[in-house]
Design a protein around this ligand. Structure first.
Ligand code: ZN
Length: 82
């Protein structure tokens, strides 16, 4: 592992292996809303999200915390909102 401490890389350092894998695709937007650079969708094992970020209609608080509150994902598309 490298030792560069860049805030944008924090998510990469979060161990999500028990949950799933990060989508390599960078969402253009989240239901028309802004997506901060580096935010991605977590593809959870044995789960298919109901929407893509670009077509997501989830409410702003329609999210779930994972990994003891270290990771916040949209309930419809799995986009990281941490
Ligand atoms: Zn969403």
């Amino acid at each position: 592992m490298h030792t560069i401490h860049d805030p944008a890389l924090e998510l990469d350092e979060l161990d999500v292996a028990e949950l799933g894998t990060w989508d390599t695709r960078a969402p253009a937007h989240h239901g028309g809303g802004y997506v901060a650079p580096g935010r991605r969708v977590l593809q959870i094992h044995d789960h298919i999200w109901a929407a893509q970020p670009e077509t997501c209609t989830a409410a702003i608080r329609d999210t779930t915390w994972y990994l003891d509150g270290r990771l916040l994902l949209c309930n419809l598309c799995g986009l990281d909102g941490t």
